[in-house]
Design a protein around this ligand. Sequence first.
Ligand code: F6R
Length: 239
Amino acid sequence: MKLIVYADPKQLAEAAAQEIISLLIRKPDAVICMASGNSPKQTCETFVEMAAMQGTDTGKFFFVGLDEWVGIPPDTHGSCHHDFRVRLFDPLGMGPSRYHLFDGMSADLDHECRKMDVVIRDKGGIDLMIVGIGMNGHIGFNEPGCDMNALAHVAQLEPITASVGQQYFKTAMKLERGITLGLGHLKNSRQVILLATGQAKQDIVSKALNQPVSSTLPASVMQTLAHGVVMVDRAAAGS
Ligand code: F6R
């Protein structure tokens, strides 16, 4: 695993966006998976801008959503689905054949998980995952105590995840469960980038990188990934 510290969130976003562009140059039909939330927002925006400027072919890659809140309709502002649509699908003109997202409203969430695993397998696996880190060390909705080899699954959210998650929504939401790719997907992905910015992330980033690898700290899995890169700004690095 490699740790890279950037002066500020802008430089970090440019570097992460350049990683996506470099992948698309090597492999235009790559499979890319991303988290929603604050951490990848600037990276997505920068990627869309840089790809247009550099004439990158953005017409062939396939996108997989990392996770979704269970019980939140996809059009809700703050859902992962909504984030992806606003940040990537609309700006890049990506129709539904270009992506697969969890349906957090499905009556059969187990089936939804198996479907996701099959889509990823049939696409030949994930080339690049860009993820964030939660205040309890989660990645996606792999909460503390998760199975570190799991594929797609439904998770009970810790109170901190449910309360921090309210920030994404315009009104108070009942956030109890999440549907998510597992850390097994992270291990299988050909490239993994974890993004963290801001002082609030400093403590959890330090724990994830320095404490023993354990399911009580899911992001500690990054230490085990030869292909993993942790990109932080100076505030998150505490430097
Ligand atoms: C969201 C997701 C979460 C977030 C994490 C950090 O799709 O997978 O694991 O990445 O909670 O959230 P932000 O980036 O908003 O601080």
